[in-house]
Write a protein that binds this ligand. Structure first.
Ligand code: PMP
Length: 355
């Protein structure tokens, strides 16, 4: 079955039809219990767990120096689980390039000392931030690989002499990336890797030694680090969805091919936004996001009309985040070229009528 609409939602986001079909088949009534009805300690789920860890590791290009942790609680829980585990008695530093970095900073401040290492807030988050100061004895520098609301993306990890922690939620496994150079990378699965309920954390194993022994095992990364992340009952369906996504990604040619396609799609949409003065995106060219593209009609009164007409034409999920307004198109791994071409044609048609 084909999608009748083009979905640009920021997450949960669209899935490839082939993945949806595999999930439907997995959930179809059968004589045997389906995978979501069977024990997560049983043989069938253990095979899922093994292949999923292996594929995440392979796709991210990391070796045994990093642990693959499959957790619960969304990327947001990492905003506090990270400082609890790694910054118990030391300050953490944050590079702030948008909404999510600020959220991570605020959350870390509820746990301990957290300082701003650099910020582009004064420029309305339209550019990257430089590292200006790192406190003595700093536990880690946290950055947001891709700011999903402001549409600002680091091309590569920033340079610092302290461990790097990256919120990769909205760009995880969307292009080749030097994950082995990043000490901790974390992401919710619901954008590029399937459905909500699973959070992936890639963590350099030697950092596990810094975890305070008095931390509750329910928050301690070491509880998940071995034993295939099966400390408690996992989000079974989200694990199966991530596995199907990774298989699909390999069929697409892997991260090289996917990254190239993602890049081309975004470039086409930015070209359409920049073509005339009718639309605009204020982010500096070198850090415009490939994943989330916020844009505004220059006459902002046209936003509501655009959204209504777009929806009538089957283009959905284009409303900007409530804190930013305007429009936003999210172009994650499962987005299609057809959707982007249809959106661009619709934007041109809209401009002809209201420009
Ligand atoms: N970080 C980033 C960059 C995000 O885009 C989001 C969600 N949109 C989050 C964190 C929070 O993710 P979750 O809802 O999985 O907690």
């Amino acid at each position: 079955m084909n999608h009748v609409t083009h979905n640009f939602s920021a997450g949960p986001a669209r899935l490839p039809p082939a993945v949806l079909e595999r999930l439907s088949a997995a959930l179809a009534p059968q004589e045997q219990p389906s995978i979501v009805e069977a024990s997560h300690r049983g043989q069938r789920f253990m095979a899922v767990a093994e292949e999923l860890h292996e594929r995440v590791r392979r796709c991210a290009g990391i070796d045994e120096e990093h642990a693959v942790l499959l957790l619960h609680g969304g990327a947001s829980l990492q905003f506090v689980q990270l400082p609890l585990n790694l910054a118990a008695n030391r300050p953490a530093a944050f590079l702030i390039t948008g909404h999510w970095g600020k959220k991570a900073l605020e959350a870390a401040r509820t746990i301990g000392k957290a300082v701003v290492a650099g910020s582009s807030e004064a420029d309305g988050f339209t550019r990257l931030a430089e590292v200006e100061q790192i406190p003595h004895n700093c536990a880690y520098l946290h950055y947001t690989g891709n700011e999903s609301i402001h549409g600002v993306q680091f091309d590569r990890p920033p340079q610092a002499d302290v461990p790097l922690v990256a919120d990769m939620s909205s760009e995880f496994l969307s292009r080749p990336y030097p994950y082995s150079d990043v000490d901790v990378a974390y992401a919710g699965a619901q954008k590029n890797l399937g459905i909500a309920g699973l959070t992936v954390v890639l963590m350099r194993r030697d950092l596990l030694e810094r975890i305070p022994d008095e931390l509750s095992p329910y928050l301690d990364y070491r509880s998940w680090a071995d034993n295939l992340s099966l400390f408690n009952t996992p989000a079974v369906l989200a694990w199966v969805a991530a596995l199907e996504m990774l298989r699909w990604m390999e069929d697409q040619g892997g991260l090289e091919a996917i990254g190239e396609r993602n890049q081309k799609r975004a470039a086409r949409l930015y070209a359409a936004i920049d073509a005339t003065g009718f639309w605009h995106n204020p982010v500096a060219a070198q850090c415009r996001s490939v994943m989330n593209i916020p844009f505004w009609p220059t006459d902002e009164r046209l936003t509501a009309r655009f959204l209504a007409e777009a929806e009538q034409n089957g283009l959905i999920g284009l409303k900007g985040h409530r804190s930013a307004g305007g429009l936003r198109a999210s172009l994650y791994n499962a987005q299609t070229c057809d959707a982007v071409n249809t959106l661009i044609a619709f934007m041109q048609h809209f401009e002809e009528r209201y420009g």
